[in-house]
Write a protein that binds this ligand. Structure first.
Ligand code: 3HC
Length: 325
């Protein structure tokens, strides 16, 4: 439905402007906020960047839950730094979305009203410390796979935000893999915890790349506008091909009996996630959706006084500047 709306809006646009715009995209030019753009391009960017930003902020919750329970002071410091980075990623992305004429408040209210999404992966619980390793290794690993191509996205502010974010993501993935290595090489109980975490996070991590290409409603248009550089399945395949050897190095088993190297394809054949589970989770029926939304709603309500104070102060300063002119 959304894809038709976007293309139908494209058909309402001035054909000459549309053709000139597409020529800029095809030439690999960056589109900047003040440039002419089709309404559908703007709407798609607000949707994708806004949901990306929401994912960064909601993504702090499952890991933040373990900061006070990290096994050592060093692990606590590392996790603190990572969770703080994610807040910064959300900031860059909300700023990029604001250049399209939408405010952070509107985006947050749309999220809280269930009109915008965040990444499905953050609706799964982090039950123990091995899960924090699996999140860093698999979730940030998948995020890197998805975000590196986005550094070349056609919208300037999004591309520049991605360049900054990708620099920090590699540390996120590395610290997670380091936790998994310590546990896989630890006691039998620790190795069993690492395997259990891999079992529970493997398929939800594959879902992060979105539905299969046959069910992706936005890919065609998003790729035509170079908002999206690769299809969902292309990136999922790259993620599997990169991650299987890492699991083998840890001595852990990918929970997929049909995983097999395909020489002809030059990649692994693997089982798809349970797409009915995926669509249930993004509809709001995952294990932690309600908990995550309650936490975001509480943070939004608790912060109202601070936002109001900031705005009042900004208005007072602006009025004083006008009076002084
Ligand atoms: N979780 C939630 N919703 C998802 C999803 C997921 N994993 N994958 C797809 N969807 C939604 C889409 O948003 C769309 O719904 P909408 O029309 O209401 O927005 C619908 O499912 C159809 O999917 P499409 O493939 O047609 O949608 P897209 O073309 O937008 O592709 C995407 C989905 C690949 C996630 C793309 O939006 C994208 O690349 N987004 C930017 C990256 C991003 O948001 N990553 C999220 C993780 S951020 C993160 O991991 C933080 C890190 O620090 C840990």
């Amino acid at each position: 439905m959304y894809a038709q709306m976007v293309t139908s809006e494209a058909s309402n646009e001035d054909p000459e402007k549309l053709a000139a715009f597409q020529a800029r995209i095809d030439a690999g030019e960056k589109i900047e906020p003040k440039d002419w753009m089709p309404e559908g391009y703007r709407k798609t960017l607000i949707r994708q960047i806004g949901q990306h930003a929401h994912s960064e902020i909601v993504g702090q919750l499952p890991e933040g839950n373990w900061i006070t329970r990290a096994p050592t002071l060093e692990r606590k410091a590392i996790l603190l730094a990572k969770v703080q980075d994610e807040a910064g990623h959300g900031l860059y992305l909300y700023c990029a979305a604001e250049t399209l004429g939408v405010s952070r408040d509107e985006l947050t209210e749309a999220l809280l009203a269930g009109k915008m999404k965040y990444s499905s992966i953050f609706n799964y619980p982090t039950l123990n410390w091995a899960d924090i390793g699996a999140v860093g290794w698999l979730v940030d690993g998948a995020a890197i796979m998805n975000q590196v191509p986005l550094q070349r996205t056609s919208f300037g502010p999004y591309s520049r935000a991605m360049i900054r974010i990708c620099k920090e993501e590699s540390f996120h993935q590395r610290q997670g893999y380091d936790i998994m290595m310590k546990m896989a090489q630890g006691t039998p109980e620790q190795k069993a915890m690492a395997q259990d975490a891999l079992n529970r996070f493997w398929y939800p991590s594959l879902m992060m790349f979105g539905p299969s290409d046959r069910d992706s409603v936005h890919s065609a248009q998003s790729m035509a506008w170079k908002i999206k550089i690769n299809t969902n399945d292309e990136l999922r395949q790259k993620f599997v091909d990169q991650t299987v050897p890492q699991a083998e190095y840890l001595g852990l088993t990918i929970p997929d009996p049909d995983l097999k190297w395909n020489e002809e394809k030059g990649g692994y054949d693997f089982s798809e996630p349970d797409w009915s589970e995926f669509f249930e989770v993004i509809k709001g029926n995952g294990p932690c959706n309600a908990e995550r939304m309650e936490a975001r709603q509480k943070a939004w309500d608790d912060g109202a006084w601070f936002r109001d104070g900031l705005m009042a102060h900004a208005k007072k300063r602006a009025a004083a500047r006008v009076a002084a002119e």
